[in-house]
Write a protein that binds this ligand. Structure first.
Ligand code: GLY
Ligand code: MN
Ligand code: MN
Length: 436
C-alpha cells in the first residue's frame, strides 16, 4: 500500500508544478470534559500518506532539491504513549511512510520556510482551525515581504481541493477492494436486520444488531450515525434517536453503512415491520423502487451525473400524480419542483473515504460532470409524505391515507467501463423479497 500512497503523492506533485502543498492531520475532538472522540484521520491526509496520527503535517515540495515529501509528527514519548497509545515517532515516519525527511511537529515553524521560499504557490486548504490557518498565512506574509530581495516565493495560495479531489473521485483497485468489503459487511448487517425486525421490538435493538455485525466483521464502525426509523419517524431524513417501539403495519427505514479500512458503505432499505405492506405503503414503495431502478440504469460511463437525479425525479413525480397526491402536467410539476415537499434531497452523492465524498457534481452550469469508470456513487431516491406538509395553492389536500409514510432505497454503485456494478445488490429490495 505504501507504493500506492507514493504514487498518489507523485501524481499530485506532477500537477502542482513548483508549488508546495501543505496538509494537516485531523484534530482531536472533545466529546465531553476531557474525554475525546475516537481519532479519525483527515481523508486528504490519509489518502496521501496512510499516516494515522493526530498532530502531524505533511508537505509535498517538488521544488525542493532534496525533500519532496516531508512529515512533521509527534515524537516518541514513553509516558504519553502509556496514556494515549503508540506513536510512530520521527525515525519510523521516515522509514515506514517513505518521507524524505521527518521532524518533530514542534519544529514546524522553524522548518516550514525552507519548503516555501522556492515555491511559486502554496497549495493549502483553509481548515476549521483558524489558528493553524494563521500560521500558514503568517509564513506567506513574511515571504512576501522579502520577495523583492529574492525574486522567488509563493505569490498565491491555492486550495488543494480541485486537484486532489478529482484524483480521489477515481477509485483505484486497492480502494475498490476496501469499498467492496465495506459494502459486503453492510449487506450482511441489513439482511440480518430485516430478519430480526418484528412488531414489539425497539429501533435501538435493530441498530445494535447492525452495529454488532459491523464490528464483528472488522469494520471500524458505522460510517455515520445509523438511522433506524419506524412509522412516522421514516419521514425524518436524519432521525437517529432510534428509541421507538416498532408496530405492526408500519414501515421500518434503515439507513446504515460501515467504514472498513476508512472506506464507507451507505445502504438504505425500507420494509414492513410485520412482514406485509399495507396497500398504500406498497404503492408508494413500488414508485420509489422504480425510480431507483431507472436512476441506476442511468449510471453509465459518458452519461452526465445529473441524469441520475433527473430520472428519479421524473419517475417519482409521475407516481405522485398517479396516486393523486400531485395534480398537473408532469413537465410543469418538475419545472416548478412541486415534488419537493415529498422529495427534498438529491438522488445521491459520491462515496469513498468520506461518506459524502469529495469531487464536483458539475463544472459550472453548462458543463456537466460526466460519469467515468472508477467513480462510486449512491443512488437513493425516496418519498416522504410528511405530516403537516405545506403544499402549493394549486395542489390537492393530501389524502390522510398516505400521510406518515416515508420510503428510501439506497445502493452503492460503481461506474464500470461497460455500465455499472451495484456493490450492495446483496440486500433484497423487490416487494416479494422484503415481505415475509
Ligand atoms: N446516510 C447518509 C446518506 O445517505 O447520505
Ligand atoms: Mn447516502
Ligand atoms: Mn444513507
Amino acid at each position: 500500500m505504501q507504493a500506492e500512497y507514493q504514487q498518489r503523492r507523485e501524481q499530485l506533485m506532477s500537477k502542482i508544478g513548483n508549488g508546495t502543498a501543505i496538509f494537516r492531520s485531523a484534530p482531536t475532538a472533545v466529546m465531553h470534559n476531557d474525554v475525546e472522540y475516537a481519532f479519525r484521520q483527515d481523508s486528504d491526509f490519509y489518502y496521501l500518506t496512510g499516516f494515522n496520527e493526530p498532530q502531524a503535517v505533511a508537505i509535498l515540495a517538488p521544488s525542493h532539491s532534496e525533500h519532496r515529501f516531508v512529515l512533521f509528527v509527534q515524537p516518541k514519548d514513553r509516558e504519553k504513549e502509556v496514556w494515549s497509545g503508540y506513536r510512530c515517532g520521527v525515525e519510523a515516519a521516515k522509514e515506514v511512510y517513505g518521507a524524505s525527511v521527518a521532524y518533530p511537529i514542534a519544529e514546524l515553524e522553524e522548518k516550514l520556510p525552507q519548503y516555501l521560499e522556492k515555491a511559486d504557490r502554496i497549495y493549502y486548504h483553509l481548515g476549521r482551525d483558524r489558528t493553524f490557518n494563521d500560521t500558514i498565512l503568517n509564513h506567506w506574509q513574511r515571504l512576501m515581504r522579502t520577495y523583492p530581495k529574492r525574486g522567488t516565493g509563493p505569490i498565491a495560495i491555492e486550495d488543494t481541493g480541485p486537484i486532489l479531489h478529482s484524483m480521489r473521485l477515481m477509485k483505484s483497485q486497492a480502494e475498490l477492494e476496501l469499498m467492496r468489503k465495506a459494502a459486503e459487511i453492510a449487506v450482511e448487517a441489513h439482511n440480518h436486520a430485516m430478519k430480526f425486525t418484528q412488531p414489539g421490538r425497539y429501533e435501538y435493538e435493530v441498530q445494535a444488531e447492525i452495529e454488532h455485525i459491523f464490528r464483528l466483521r472488522g469494520a471500524l464502525g458505522p460510517a455515520y450515525p445509523s438511522i433506524v426509523a419506524s412509522g412516522v419517524n421514516s419521514c425524518i431524513l436524519h432521525y437517529i434517536e432510534n428509541d421507538r417501539q416498532m408496530q405492526d403495519k408500519e414501515l421500518l427505514l434503515i439507513d446504515a453503512g460501515c467504514a472498513y479500512g476508512y472506506y464507507n458503505s451507505d445502504i438504505t432499505r425500507t420494509f414492513p415491520v410485520g412482514g406485509k405492506f399495507t396497500p398504500e405503503q406498497k404503492r408508494l414503495y413500488e414508485i420509489v423502487l422504480e425510480a431507483q431502478k431507472q436512476a441506476i440504469a442511468q449510471v453509465q460511463p459518458g452519461n452526465p451525473y445529473k441524469q441520475i437525479h433527473d430520472t428519479a425525479v421524473r419517475v417519482l413525480t409521475e407516481g405522485l400524480v398517479e396516486l393523486g397526491i400531485l395534480k398537473g402536467e408532469i413537465d410543469k410539476l418538475i419545472e416548478e419542483e412541486k415534488y419537493k415537499p415529498y422529495y427534498m434531497h438529491r438522488t445521491g452523492h459520491w462515496l469513498g473515504l468520506d461518506v459524502h465524498d469529495v469531487g464536483v457534481y458539475q463544472h459550472g452550469d453548462d458543463n456537466p460532470q460526466i460519469l467515468q469508470p472508477g467513480q462510486v456513487l449512491t443512488v437513493e431516491p425516496g418519498l416522504y409524505i410528511v405530516p403537516d406538509t405545506k403544499l402549493a395553492e394549486d395542489q390537492p389536500e393530501t389524502d390522510p391515507r398516505w400521510v406518515g409514510i416515508g420510503i428510501r432505497i439506497e445502493d452503492d454503485v460503481l461506474v464500470t467501463s461497460t455500465g455499472h456494478e451495484v456493490l450492495t445488490a446483496g440486500v433484497p429490495k423487490e416487494v416479494a423479497e422484503v415481505e415475509r
